[in-house]
Write a protein that binds this ligand. Sequence first.
Ligand code: ZN
Length: 551
Amino acid sequence: MRADELQLFEVLDSRPAEGVVAFHDRRMLLYDAYAMGILRHELVETVGWKAARGLLTRLGYANGYRDAQTLKALFHWDTPEEWYKAGPLFHALEGKALPGQVRFVGIGDAQTFEAEIRWTNCFETEQHLHHLGTATEPVCWTLTGYLSGYFTACLDQEVYFVETECDATGQRGCRAVGKPRSAWGKALDRYLEFFKAASVQDQIAGLERAVRQHRQAASHHRQEAARWKSLAQHAGGPDGPMAKSGGMREVLDLAQRVAAADSTVLLTGESGTGKELVARWIHARSPRAKGPFVAVNCGALPEPLLESELFGHVRGAFTGAVRDKRGLLEEANHGTLLLDEIADTPAPIQVKLLRALQEREIRRVGGTTTIRVDPRVLAATNKNLERAVARREFRRDLYYRLNVVNIDIPPLRDRREDIVPLARLFLERNARAQGKTIRAISAEALDLLTLYPWPGNVRELENVVERAVVLATRDRITVAELPPSLRAGQAPADFGEMRMPQSLKELERRAILAGLERHQGNRSRTARELQISPQTLWRKLKEYQATPSGH
Ligand SMILES: [Zn+2]
C-alpha cells in the first residue's frame, strides 16, 4: 500500500442504521468548519490565547496519534515512508487542508529524523482570518498538533512539529518542521507548554500563587517599614513612652484586645493624639498583620475622586480613566483599611460605604460586576460623630456600623506622664535624622514641656522637639530653643487659629490681661508684677475698652 492510493470513501464506513460513521473501529464526526471557528474564537476570548492554543494543539495531537495507529493497523505499507506520508495526506482526505511538499531526512534513524511538511487552504487559517483577523504568528494549531501526534506514533518517540510559515500571517502557504525532542534542544521550550495538558483550574491556581507571592513580598516590605516606624514611635508599645500614663495604657490595652477580633473600631480623639498610630498598632497585632495597611483621608478629596479612590473604577468610567483601577477597599483585602476624617465623608459616599461594609462586596465606578472584598475597617475622627448624626450630617446606620468598639485617645494634657518619655524619644530620633549629637533636654525645658497644655497634642510635641533640635547649638536642649508660647507657659487662646501677636501693643495687652486674671482682677498686684505704675495700667485698660480685642 502506498500513501497516494488512500481513498477516504474506502476507509470510512458509513452506517446510517446506527447513526455512526466509522474509520476502522473508531467513530468519526463531521463538523462544520465555521462552527469550529466559533469555538476557536470563543476559546481565545474566554481562556486566552495561550490556553486556547494549548487546547487546540492537544486536540490535533490526539487525533493525529490515533490516525497513525489506525492507518498502521489497517494497511500493509510498502515502506515506513509511505505510512509517514499517509498522515499529511489523510488530512486532505478529512478536508482540513491541501497537502503540499513533504520531505523527510533520516528515515529509519529516530535520532536524525527530520520532516518538512507544507500545506495550503487550511480550514484553521481560514477560520482564524475570519474571526480574529491577520495573525502575527502561525495559527495552524490543530494541524501542527496533529502532525506531532502522528509522527510520535510512527517513530515511537516524542516528535514535535513547529509551524514556521503560515497563510494567516500573510505568507504563501504553511510550512512546519518536525524533529525528535532531543534534536530540538532549547529551541522547543516555548512550544512545549502547548502540548502539556494543564487544566484552567491549574492555570488559575498558578496565577493566584504568583499574585499571592507578589503580594506577600510587597506586604512584607510594607510590614518592615511599619515595624520600624512603630518601633521608633512607640519604642515597644504598652511599655514604651507612649503609654506611661494610665489613660494611654487603657487605650493600648483595649486596642490589644480588639486587635484579635475582626470588628470595626472607631478611633476618636483630638487632632494630633496619634489615632493613625493606634490604628497601625491594632493592625500590627491583628491576625491580618501580614496583609496591607491602607489609610485614606475621607475629608481631603472631592466626592468623585474619593469614590474612585475607595471603590476603584473601570476603564472609560470617566475622562482620564484609561485603565481599570482597584480601589482601596480592594487594596486592603485581607488587611486593614483606615478611614481617617470619617466625619467629613460626603453623604453619597456614606451610603456606598455602608453597603460595602454590610455586603462585603463592591462595584467599581462604571463597572457592572460585583467584587468580594475583605478589609478590616477602622475609622478615625477628631469630631463628635454623635453630634454630626444628631445634625443629620452623618448617617446614623453608618455610625452604628463603624462604632462597634470606640477607642477614645486622651489629649496629651490629660496624660502628662507620657510627655517626657515622648519628648526624649523624639529628641533621639530627630537628632539622629539631623546628624546632631544632642543627649538631653535641660530640667527647666522639661518643666516647661510638662506644664504646657499641648492643644496640638503629640504632633505638636514632636514639632516642638524637631524645631529645638534644629536650633540647638550645644549637646542639650534648653529653654532658649523652645517656642515663645511654651516659654510663656501657656497655649495660644485658640490653637486652631494660632498666630503670633501682631504688634508689641498686642503683646502688652495680652500680658496685662493675663496678669489681671492671675491676680483675680487686683490691679495694684498686677501692676507690681508687670513693673508698671498703677496709673499706666489704668490708662492701658481704658485704651483696651475703647478698642476691643480682635478675638
Ligand atoms: Zn498555517
